[in-house]
Design a protein around this ligand. Structure first.
Ligand SMILES: Cc1cc2nc3c(=O)[nH]c(=O)nc-3n(C[C@H](O)[C@H](O)[C@H](O)COP(=O)(O)OP(=O)(O)OC[C@H]3O[C@@H](n4cnc5c(N)ncnc54)[C@H](O)[C@@H]3O)c2cc1C
Ligand SMILES: NC(=O)c1ccc[n+]([C@@H]2O[C@H](COP(=O)([O-])OP(=O)(O)OC[C@H]3O[C@@H](n4cnc5c(N)ncnc54)[C@H](OP(=O)(O)O)[C@@H]3O)[C@@H](O)[C@H]2O)c1
Length: 384
């Protein structure tokens, strides 16, 4: 916890914060919905450093809670024991305490036990450890409500239903601000998760909590999650290279605010990518402004869908190969944030290729060079 000793607040005792700003960053023509959010920490004593994340205990969508209650034939006033041992109404625990979207193993086992041969497919997939992939693909896009609607005659007592659910976990968001610039506030950059599967609209819990359900009068329980592995270099004159496509730009906005507040001595280079320049250039005017004033020495952009062939941040790295390597040789720290499934791996592969090309060395020597960067804490990732 990166907390002022005077602060009472932590993950165990989150601060009831106010959500003060909720602004759409992506344009109306975008295929995405990425938002800038601001949270007030006034009165909390909470402090953070750039690179840290904000933890958020979001609650579920009350409309989905109501639909579950109706499908279960419950009023919501029934009392159940929650995971914290406290007696609460069924409505409250489904709203705040449990995962009511992704089905748990226990929930699927209860379906199989109650439905018998009617749930043969689920029984086959859940009962055979070698069918893990098939089970994953069967469950993709299916939520608890889908199963309840598929077996309308199935009877559940409130306690029995709740026992099959898992505890709702907090979500983390990279902090997109420096306290040196914004004081007792936290800025976040959140891609709102909305999609449709099996004819139903689905909502990511926390991203739509922020987008749709937190007017300023509602308390948002938050805590600071320290990320010691993702700190700026201590010496403000050290150059930094930041690769942050999509919402991965968030911590780098914070770094730039911080480096500017520290006097702007070190060189800063940002690689940013998104789908289209017209609708998805997140923080466009801020970033161009920072470039103009000299805080951002270099900004390389990769708008993947502005041409027939995809162009990604790693392609821009390749184009800037010799200069990027020169920065590394000068002692630059190399940061990556955003998608961990594909982007971070491809960026890592390109970093190896750049070292190999520019040094004129073997694959093994390039790997040693990159390993040395990691060991000396000059190659840092925060990916999700
Ligand atoms: C250290 C860290 C920092 C992070 N920083 C940021 C950040 O700055 N900005 C940001 O936006 N996120 C960030 N994230 C991700 C964030 O924590 C959440 O995971 C994200 O917002 C989704 O949460 P949710 O509750 O809205 O969605 P959930 O309720 O968790 O739903 C997401 C799930 O929905 C399913 N799903 C999603 N799309 C589809 C689809 N098309 N079809 C079928 N199923 C689908 C998948 O199973 C997915 O896992 C970060 C994560 C970590 C760990
Ligand atoms: N757990 C969750 O539910 C959840 C929710 C939100 C985000 N995320 C994760 O967070 C990631 C970030 O989402 P985001 O909205 O910030 O942006 P994103 O999906 O990462 O997209 C940003 C840019 O990166 C491009 N891109 C796609 N594949 C790439 C690759 N292999 N290498 C480099 N760039 C690549 C995209 O191009 P194209 O799209 O044109 O290919 C787009 O231009 C998601 O990919 C996802 O993994 C997870």
């Amino acid at each position: 916890m990166s907390t002022d000793p005077a602060s009472l607040y932590s993950r165990k005792n989150p601060f009831p914060a106010r959500h003060t700003v909720n602004r759409l960053l992506s344009g109306s023509a975008s295929q995405k919905e990425t938002r800038h959010h601001e949270i007030s920490l006034a009165g909390s004593g909470l402090v953070y450093e750039v690179g840290d994340s904000l933890g958020v205990f979001a609650s579920n969508d009350p409309l989905l809670v109501q639909e579950l209650l109706t499908t279960l034939g419950a009023s919501g006033e029934e009392t159940v024991t929650s995971h914290d041992g406290v007696l609460k109404s069924l409505r409250e625990v489904l709203w705040k305490d449990y995962i009511i979207t992704t089905p748990s193993k226990e929930f699927l086992a209860a379906i199989v036990a109650k439905a018998g041969t009617e749930a043969e497919e689920i029984a086959l997939l859940t009962g055979d450890a070698t069918k893990k992939k098939e089970l994953e693909s069967y469950l993709w896009g299916r939520e608890v409500i889908d199963f309840l609607l598929s077996y309308p005659r199935m009877r559940w007592t409130p306690e029995e239903f709740v026992k099959t659910l898992r505890k709702l976990q907090p979500r983390l968001y990279s902090i997109a601000s420096s306290q040196k610039a914004v004081g007792e506030a936290v800025h976040l950059t959140i891609a709102t998760v909305r999609y449709e599967t099996f004819g139903r609209r689905r909502n990511g819990v926390a991203s739509t909590f922020f987008a749709d359900r937190t007017p300023p009068e509602i308390a948002v329980p938050v805590f600071v999650h320290t990320a010691k592995h993702f700190r700026l270099p201590e010496d403000p004159t050290t150059p930094v290279i930041m690769v942050g496509p999509g919402t991965g730009v968030a911590p780098f906005r914070a770094y730039l605010q911080e480096r500017k507040a520290l006097g702007g001595h070190g060189k800063n280079w940002l690689f940013f990518g998104e789908q289209r320049r017209d609708s998805d250039f997140l923080y466009q005017s801020e970033l161009l402004g920072m470039q103009e004033e000299g805080t951002l020495n270099r900004l390389d952009l990769a708008f993947s869908r502005d041409q027939t062939e995809k162009v990604y941040v790693q392609h821009r790295m390749k184009e800037a190969s010799s200069e990027l390597f020169a920065w590394l040789e000068e002692g630059a720290h190399f940061f990556v944030c955003g998608d961990g499934e594909r982007m971070a791996k491809d960026v890592d592969a390109e970093l190896h290729a750049i070292v190999q090309r520019e040094k004129g060395c073997s694959v093994e020597e390039a790997a040693e060079y990159v390993d040395a960067l990691k060991k000396s804490k000059r190659y840092k990732k925060d990916v999700y």
